[in-house]
Write a protein that binds this ligand. Structure first.
Ligand SMILES: Cc1cc2nc3c(=O)[nH]c(=O)nc-3n(C[C@H](O)[C@H](O)[C@H](O)COP(=O)(O)OP(=O)(O)OC[C@H]3O[C@@H](n4cnc5c(N)ncnc54)[C@H](O)[C@@H]3O)c2cc1C
Length: 429
C-alpha cells in the first residue's frame, strides 16, 4: 500500500491528525498495534478546549463534569478548591479514543488495527513501514504518534532510549461502584481528589458517574516496590476514610514519560513526532490528551505545505517545532520550575534554611500538612489560589497579584520563625 502520510498510533494525536489530513484530501494510513477502544490506563480527564472541539461528536460520549479539586496531604489535612463552572470532564479513555478513530475513518483515513509497526526504513523516495503481520506500507512521510516508546522517534534518531529519570510509573484501577456508594465514599462526585504520597509519589480518585478511577504514580527513580506504592496509597485513602470497605480491583501498571518535557528535536527528514512521542504531556500533572491534539493541529499546515512543495526535508519541517515552541514552550519551562521547587522541598528541609526555621525536623507528610494548613489559615491566599483554579486565564489575571502578595506572606512566614529560632524559641506556625 502506498499513501501520502503514514501515521503510527491511533491515540488522540494520531487519530486527530489522520482525520484532519484525510479531510484535506490526502491518502492516509493510520496504523495501530491494538484494536479500537483498547483499554489504556489513564485518568481520562479532558480539557474544556478539547470538549468544545469535539462539537456534536461528544453527544454520544459519556462524560462527567469536574468542578473541584481536593488536595490531600500525607498526613490528615486536606484543602478543596471549587469553581461554579465546569473545569474539565472525566471520560472513559477507550470511548474517547474510539470516537476519534471513528472520526478519522469517516474523514477517509485507512485505519489498520492490530498492525504493529516493527521497523521503519528511509530512502530517497520515501518511508517504508514494516509491520508485524507481514504487511508493508510506503509513504512520503511518517507521523510518529506512537506514545512514550515511539518506534518512529527511535528510527529517526530523535530520541535515545528513554532514561529512568524521565519516567513515571503508574498503577490504575477503574471499576463500577454505583453512584450512591461513590457519593458516600468521597467529598463530592464532581470533585477529583489528589493525594500526596511523598517521595515524588501521588495518587488520585476521579469520579465517573457509576464508576471510579483510582490510581497512583511515582517518579521511577524513587520507586522501590510497585506493590508497596499501591499499599501506601490504599493506606493513605483509608486514613482519609476513603474506600475502607471497598475491594478495589487489581490495578494495571503503566510507564510514561512526563518529567522531562519535550524531546530535544521533534522533526527529521520525512518525520514529525506528536503527543507523547514528542514528550508533550504536562510535566507537572501528567495530562497529555489535549497537548497531543494541539500538537496535531500545529503540525497540520506544515505537513500540507511539505506535500504541496514536495519538500519533506528537515529544513522544511523545522517550522513545526518553531510553531509548537511558540505555543507551549514557555508553559513547559514554568511547570518544570515548579516541579523542581516541589522536588526540592526535601533539600530545603535538610539544608541551612530548614535548620534555621526548624522544618528539618518535620517529616515530609508534616511539611505538606503544614503547607495546606498555612494556606487555610491565610484566607486571602486561599481565595487567590481558588481564583487561580476557577479561571482559565487566571495565570494572567491572578499571578501578578499573587506575586505582589507573596513576598509579604513569605517574609511573615519565614521572618517570624527565623526570629523565634534565633531567640531560642520554637517556631510557631
Ligand atoms: C496512568 C495515566 C493517567 C493519565 N491520565 C491522564 C488524564 O487524566 N488526562 C490527560 O490528558 N492525560 C492523561 N495521561 C496522559 C495521556 O494518557 C497521554 O498523554 C496521551 O494518551 C497521549 O496521546 P498520544 O496520542 O500521544 O499517545 P497514546 O495515547 O499513547 O497513543 C499511542 C498509540 O500508539 C500505538 N502504538 C505504539 N507503538 C506502536 C507501534 N509500534 N505500531 C503501531 N501502533 C503503536 C499505541 O497502541 C497507542 O494506541 C495519563 C497517562 C497515564 C499513564
Amino acid at each position: 500500500m502506498h499513501v501520502d502520510f503514514a501515521v503510527v498510533g491511533a491515540g488522540p494525536a494520531g487519530a486527530h491528525i489522520a482525520g484532519a489530513l484525510a479531510r484535506t484530501g490526502f491518502k492516509v494510513a493510520l496504523v495501530e498495534q491494538y484494536g479500537r477502544g483498547r483499554d489504556k490506563p489513564c485518568g481520562g480527564l479532558i480539557d474544556l478546549a478539547l470538549w468544545d472541539m469535539l462539537g456534536s461528536a461528544r453527544n454520544g460520549l459519556p462524560a462527567w463534569p469536574i468542578r473541584g479539586t481536593a488536595v490531600f496531604s500525607l498526613g490528615t489535612n486536606h484543602i478543596t478548591f471549587r469553581s461554579e463552572k465546569t473545569r474539565s470532564y472525566a471520560v472513559f479513555r477507550s470511548e474517547l479514543d474510539t470516537l476519534l478513530s471513528d472520526r478519522a475513518e469517516q474523514c477517509g483515513a485507512n485505519l489498520l488495527e492490530n498492525t504493529k509497526v516493527r521497523g521503519i526504513k528511509y530512502n530517497d523516495s520515501g518511508v517504508r513501514l514494516i509491520n508485524g503481520n507481514g504487511t508493508a506500507i510506503t509513504s512520503d512521510m511518517v507521523v510518529g504518534a506512537d506514545g512514550t516508546y515511539s518506534i518512529v522517534a527511535r528510527s529517526a534518531n530523535l530520541r535515545p532510549e528513554v532514561g529512568h529519570s524521565e519516567l513515571i510509573f503508574c498503577l490504575v484501577s477503574e471499576f463500577p461502584l454505583g453512584q450512591s456508594r461513590l457519593e458516600r465514599e468521597i467529598e463530592d462526585i464532581n470533585t477529583i481528589e489528589v493525594y500526596m504520597l511523598g517521595g515524588l509519589g501521588y495518587g488520585w480518585v476521579i469520579p465517573k458517574g457509576d464508576y471510579v478511577n483510582i490510581g497512583c504514580g511515582q517518579a521511577y527513580d524513587h520507586l522501590q516496590n510497585s506493590n508497596e506504592l499501591w499499599r501506601k496509597f490504599l493506606r493513605t485513602l483509608h486514613r482519609h476514610s476513603r474506600f475502607v470497605y471497598t475491594k478495589i480491583p487489581r490495578p494495571k501498571g503503566y510507564f510514561y514519560r512526563s518529567l522531562k518535557g519535550p524531546v530535544v528535536r521533534t522533526y527529521a527528514d520525512r518525520t514529525v513526532l506528536l503527543g507523547d512521542a514528542a514528550g508533550f504531556a504536562n510535566n507537572l500533572s501528567g495530562e497529555g490528551i489535549w497537548p497531543a491534539i494541539q500538537s496535531a493541529d500545529i503540525a497540520l499546515p506544515v505537513l500540507e505545505r511539505a506535500f504541496t512543495n514536495g519538500d519533506y526535508s528537515t529544513s522544511a519541517l523545522e517550522l513545526y517545532e518553531k510553531n509548537w515552541k511558540r505555543r507551549f514552550q514557555s508553559e513547559f519551562i514554568r511547570k518544570q520550575k515548579l516541579l523542581q521547587l516541589i522536588t526540592q522541598i526535601s533539600i530545603i528541609r535538610k539544608g541551612f534554611l530548614g535548620r534555621l526555621i526548624g522544618v528539618q525536623a518535620w517529616s515530609e507528610g508534616e511539611t505538606f500538612d503544614r503547607a495546606l494548613q498555612f494556606i487555610k489559615d491565610h484566607k486571602e491566599l486561599y481565595y487567590m489560589l481558588n481564583e487561580v483554579y476557577q479561571h482559565r486565564n487566571a495565570a494572567v489575571v491572578v499571578l501578578p497579584k499573587l506575586k505582589k502578595k507573596l513576598p509579604s506572606f513569605a517574609l511573615d512566614y519565614f521572618g517570624t520563625s527565623l526570629y523565634r529560632r534565633l531567640r531560642g524559641e520554637q517556631p510557631n506556625y
